[in-house]
Design a binder for this molecule. Sequence first.
Ligand code: AMP
Length: 202
Amino acid sequence: MILVLFGPPGSGKGTQAVRIAEMTATPHVSTGAILRDEVGRGSDLGREAKPIMESGALVPDDLMVRIIEKRLAEPDAERGVVLDGFPRTVPQAEALDSMLQRNAREVAMVLYLDVPVEVVRERILRRAAMEGRGDDTADAFTERMRVYERETAPVVDHYRAIGVAIQRVDGSPPIDEVTAHIQEILAGSVAGVRTGRAGQGS
Ligand code: AMP
């Protein structure tokens, strides 16, 4: 199952994605984590991406599409993936659609973690203090929210238009509550999800 986890920066996508990957026994694919790894290794890609990421802007679509194409071709992605942070623009979503279509695959569901902007701002600034991520400054946050609203939010409309199921989840409650809600949704719509609560739908 190819699942797209969608939401603003700081909505808890990374945390929930790890849990969903475990529930669905598919790998967690975070484009942010892939890029941070490249930055850490000082690769050509990392050197190109670093200043872009620190400013809160988006890395060019063609680069991101190549990264995802390579990752989806790996054997562990055959059963599906949990996509976290991709697609982040409509062109990326369209590129993913054609990539999947060529292999007779499709996005099964979009899980949309909905969190008010004030809550995500507070979370991001707290994470900045704890983890020291270069893109968690107040200025970068403002830019990331602007980019989210302008470039990323329309991705949901894209999926709605092509008939992909979109499940909205309130991302404001404590982490475990959000996970429980996601678990109910997955148990209700996908066979074989490891919920320990088989048969309970949402
Ligand atoms: P994230 O960890 O998903 O918040 O990503 C951190 C940063 O990596 C973003 O602010 C972007 O600069 C870059 N990035 C991650 N995923 C993408 C993507 N799909 N398209 C463009 N840039 C991305």
